[in-house]
Design a protein around this ligand. Structure first.
Ligand code: MN
Length: 252
């Protein structure tokens, strides 16, 4: 990125192109960078890192200049950085998600997945979520995003770091600060909800995530519960290095 070139940020999300959090983030970052928004045409929360391979994808520009795609968050960012946009972005921001992405949530999250897909860009990617199912203070998360962007510009992090940020749903004046955290863990998910459709056939709804299990000091759960913005650095290499030697000896 040259000194005279304005930063180009790609925004995406998993709640869909109409989501208030996405619109707030686009408005909040537009004075700091050129913004392109490529987002799913409907809510694709919990889509994780899925790519659509068996169907074509269609992209349409909306009245406000966003591009909506009939695919997943990963499809959106993949398209955007592999040819949909005229200019390749420098960085991806995903969100602002309507709901927390804490602990095990990151494995299912479409918000985190959208940021993950930005890893090819060579700059850190950021996922940002509000810790509320019905967030009221998106402007707080926008301030968080602006602060993080400014820090990344002043002092870049390693290019393969993904930041997973969770923001308490509080006015900015009530936020206690920023904390670097590790992912906590949840208990097993609540039971599936079994019911019947109008024709009497059995259907299932996936139940809510489990309650916090590993949620003590140092975790993302703890930070947001104390009124701090939680910032967790994620890595994409899932290799369990401490088991490599054990496995080598164990294998037949
Ligand atoms: Mn979502």
């Amino acid at each position: 990125m040259g000194r005279n070139k304005k930063m180009h940020i790609l925004l995406s999300n998993d709640d869909g192109y109409l989501a208030q959090g996405l619109i707030a983030l686009a408005n909040g970052l537009q004075s700091f960078a050129d913004i392109s928004v490529v987002a799913p045409d409907k809510n694709r929360s919990a889509a994780s890192n899925s790519l659509t391979l068996e169907m074509p994808l269609r992209a349409h520009q909306t009245d406000n200049g966003f591009i909506k795609v009939d695919g997943t968050p990963t499809d959106c960012v993949h398209l955007a950085i592999t040819g949909l946009l005229d200019n390749e972005p420098d960085m991806v921001f995903a969100g602002i998600n309507h709901g927390a992405n804490l602990g095990d949530d990151v494995l299912y999250s479409g918000t985190v997945a959208a940021a993950t897909e930005g890893r090819f860009l060579g700059l850190p990617a950021v996922a940002i979520s509000m810790v509320s199912s019905d967030p009221q203070y998106f402007d707080t998360a926008v301030k968080v995003a602006v602060n993080i962007l400014q820090r990344l510009l002043e002092q870049p992090l390693a290019k393969d770091v993904l930041l997973n940020i969770n923001v308490p749903d509080l006015p900015w004046s009530e936020i206690k600060g920023f904390q670097s955290t590790r992912l906590g863990q949840r208990h097993k998910a609540e039971p599936v909800i079994k019911t019947s459709d109008p024709r009497g056939r059995t259907i299932y709804w996936v139940g809510p995530p489990g309650a916090e299990q590993d949620a003590g000091p140092g975790t993302d759960f703890y930070a947001v519960a104390q009124g701090y913005v939680s910032v967790t650095p994620l890595q994409l290499d899932l290799t369990r290095y401490d088991t490599l030697d054990t496995l080598k000896a164990w294998l037949p």
